[in-house]
Design a protein around this ligand. Structure first.
Ligand code: UD1
Length: 427
């Protein structure tokens, strides 16, 4: 088991100071890698983050018959896609990477059949696939769940259809887009997710020869084409990593320049931090966040983009725990994300949860304790909370953090934090 040890003397006791660099977005790069399956030939994706999930996605594409080369720290992934693809994504790989469900749409489109393992539950919610499956059915696929696999067959061809999502699911939008681009005729996808990662995927698909109208809106019109061609594409910057770095000085105190962070992807988040008392300036190629004193609490309601991102909710809760006043935090996207609240309470946060609402009363300082990271964002937020605590906080299961943040501990050290990695031998 791996853990991070954080030592601090409370907020603003050792202000963070320095520049951090934001690389490519995990949630984009993994889908762009899946999208490469749509065109035989060699696609190259740049600005891919140096994280384990990318390696696992590479292994999955290899299993499907591709030749994959990942060059780090350059951040380049070269994917040679064969004319005839494999169509089975086995549980042993899918369980290590939920995002591997993104190969379902491309496999249905290219092979007219697919068998992709159900990812199973995880620490932040049940994450159903009903909308993915209903949409693919509308496009003409026969889909069933069998022996833990989602099995799809397309009798004849995929046909464009009117598609409507009950909720703007990121994953369902991506899978349906990637199937519809090779369907016969026109599809209209209503109530589509509008996250910048979807825009990034659309940009790559359009460069591959797809015809998509309404990119960035909640109605996507996709005119299917017979064939796509391979491309070279640069992954967008990671807005969740950039947002994390915006919260770091807010929670611990200090001044951080977030180089490569796109302030425009974080409008709502940065506005809230400014209203709470942070000073934020946008600079050439990034932004700077400076926090010299305790911030005022603010309420948060998570919603699909352009709402407050659910992935930044744990940071907002950690900040509320040490802000002045009371905050109401409402989680609308992932029902179990409040497991994090229990860990934060172990650090002395004064909070109460009821369903998907949490009331957090700020205290001047947290107190170091051993805690557990249940997912990527919760793990990073606990480390930052530890910086606002007095004493030592040990965040166990820190391998989750490494899945989303390349070199997180090392970057924190470079901006003045006392954070170290502890590894204990596997029992
Ligand atoms: C992606 C991101 C994740 C982010 C989330 C919302 C990746 C790898 N992950 O996850 O970091 O927090 O978007 O911005 O990109 N749902 C259903 N049925 C479905 C599909 C979804 O009930 O068919 C539910 C989920 O259980 C969840 C909600 O809808 O409660 C949102 O899920 P979704 O937008 O699909 O998130 P992911 O694509 O899994």
């Amino acid at each position: 088991m791996e853990s991070f040890q954080v030592t601090a003397a409370g907020p603003h006791s050792r202000p963070l100071d320095g520049t951090v660099h934001v690389g490519g977005a995990k949630n984009s790069a993994l889908k762009l890698m899946a999208a490469a399956l749509l065109a035989p030939g060699t696609s190259v994706i740049h600005n891919v983050p140096e994280i384990l999930d990318v390696t696992v996605m590479g292994q999955l594409l290899t299993r499907l018959g591709c030749a994959v080369e990942i060059t780090q720290p350059a951040g380049t992934v070269t994917i040679e896609v064969p004319e005839v693809l494999g169509w089975e994504a086995p549980y042993e790989l899918v369980r290590r990477l939920r995002a591997s469900i993104a190969v379902l749409g491309p496999l249905v489109a290219r092979c007219h059949r697919a068998s992709v393992a159900l990812p199973g539950g995880d620490a932040i919610g049940s994450r159903g696939l009903d909308m993915h499956m209903a949409g693919l059915r509308e496009l003409g696929a026969e889909i069933r769940v069998e022996h833990g696999q989602v099995v799809a067959d397309v009798p004849g061809t995929l046909r464009g259809a009117a598609l409507w999502l009950d909720f703007p699911s990121v994953g369902a939008t991506e899978n349906l887009l990637m199937a519809a681009v090779l369907a016969e005729g026109t599809s209209v996808l209503d109530n589509a997710a509008r996250e910048p990662e979807i825009v990034d995927l659309c940009r790559m698909l359009v460069a591959m020869g797809a015809r998509i109208d309404g990119v960035g809106s909640s109605t996507l019109t996709i005119e299917g084409v017979d064939r796509l061609h391979p491309v070279e594409h640069v992954t967008m910057a990671d807005r969740i990593v950039a947002g994390t770095w915006a919260f770091a000085p807010a929670i611990a105190g200090g001044r951080i320049t977030v180089q490569g962070g796109v302030a425009g992807h974080l409008d709502l988040v940065l506005d809230k931090l400014v209203d709470a008392g942070a000073e934020i300036t946008t600079t050439e190629g990034g932004f700077t966040v400076e926090v010299a004193k305790r911030l005022r609490s603010f309420d948060v309601v998570t919603l699909p983009f352009p709402g407050f991102p659910t992935d930044l909710q744990p940071f907002a809760m950690a900040l509320a725990a040490v802000s002045e006043g009371t905050a109401m935090i409402t989680e609308n996207v992932f029902e179990s994300r409040f497991m994090f609240a229990q860990e934060l309470a172990r650090l002395g946060a004064d909070l109460h949860t009821d369903g998907h609402h949490a009331v957090v009363r700020g205290v001047p300082m947290l107190s170091g304790a051993p805690v557990v990271a249940h997912d990527i964002r919760a793990g990073a937020a606990l480390v930052l909370a530890g910086l606002a605590g007095q004493g030592t906080t040990t965040v166990a299961e820190s391998q989750h953090i490494d899945r989303g943040y390349p070199h997180f501990a090392e970057v924190l050290v470079s901006i003045g934090a006392d954070v170290r990695r502890l590894s204990s031998p596997v029992a």
